[in-house]
Design a protein around this ligand. Sequence first.
Ligand code: ISJ
Length: 456
Amino acid sequence: MHAQSLRAVSVTVALPDDVALTDLLPRLQPSGTWVRHGEGIIGLGVADRAAAHGSERFAELAHWWERRLESITEDPRPEQLRDVPGCGPTAFTSVTYSSDSAADSVLVLPELVLGSVAGRTWVTVIGEQSEGDLTVEAVLDRHGLGIEDGVLAPAKDAADTAPETAPETALQEGTHPVSHYLQAVEAGVQAIAERRLEKLVLGRDVVVTADAPLSAGSVLAALTREYSDCWIYRAGEVLGATPEMLVTVRGERMAARVLAGTVDGSLPTDEASVLLMEDPKQRTEHEIAVQSLLTQLAPVVEVISAQNPPTVLRLPNVYHLSTDVTGRLVKDCTDSGRVGAEPVAPRVPPALLVAERAHPTAAICGTPTATAAEFIARLEDLDRGPFTGPVGWVDGQGNADFGVALRGGILSADRRHMRLYAGCGIVAGSEPESELAETWAKLRPMLGALRAQPVG
Ligand SMILES: C=C(O[C@@H]1C=C(C(=O)O)C=C[C@H]1O)C(=O)O
């Protein structure tokens, strides 16, 4: 199938004084978002979209993206925007945790991307090649934005419209009652005691209902205010604030941030540090997660280095043990077999295939991986959909960010429901009640952003 020809135009813009990119979120309905510390990229509208399922979902999406890029003609970019990650044609992506999921794994190419990275601010628009009037102004206008003297601002008629008032929300039980989670953890601990596996990550869901459609932009804005150290994401229907980076790719360089080992955020910092750094259970759980990533990436990464010992990451709701990993991707000329048949010059594997290698780490699945995945399917009895899968973006220049889709949820088509997910790593000696409490702590960012009453 031939993809329709599209054209991409990028221009530099300025933001109004004292306005960060993320300040625009409450007025917008983003089709994609990836922001942290006030900067990043926000996608609006959809120029094209791919969906994939099953065990080849990563390869299918990688293939689609390569073909898609071939049929986009990009106007020359202003000098300042060359080599800016996320500038030009960029797609937001979410891949399901399991190949058995009924949910879509997606790549969404927005018709408009607002970007602000390292002092460079821009707009990229994507439209039909034949559309003579693909102007940045016209596309911005469709999304309630305008540009005056090079400064981005709400469109004149949109400027007076206050953001919608937040709907009333209520918290409801998820797929199973809470007792199901306690039993699942107990069964997991039992299986670990019997040495059938070493670590297992068990999740559960809750549902938030709203009396009017929820605004994705407002929810994302609330997350950026409270969780600015996290990557605030939206791709397809999943959105949230993740502190964990599965893999970030910048050309030949890669990096990751592995998190595993958690204590509640209400503890004083020194107490939390002792509980995390000096508890062999927490350190083992963390080490297993780091090792799983290093092992899985070994075939595609050389000169990989991991921080040792781990550090303690402080977030408003929890503290985590955290390890940053960096490495250089291996150039390979044989990898083209998976994505295209033609012989190509040696190059690093497409970022989606690097993410496929890295996923699932023991931080969100367990060890050994296959055994843990079987236990998860049976004990959780839940279609995780995108939860714990890779989420982020890929551009046309070999850059990508894939977070782990944590601390988030799925927005229903009518925007009146969100299904939120949280899970915990279970190792020898884990206690069901404390794991349950940890899931509530991990649900707190989304419950807060949705103004739904946390329980427990
Ligand atoms: C599964 C989740 O988080 C993962 C599990 C962690 C743990 O058990 O300590 C910590 C960070 C994440 O890797 C979640 O947030 O739902």
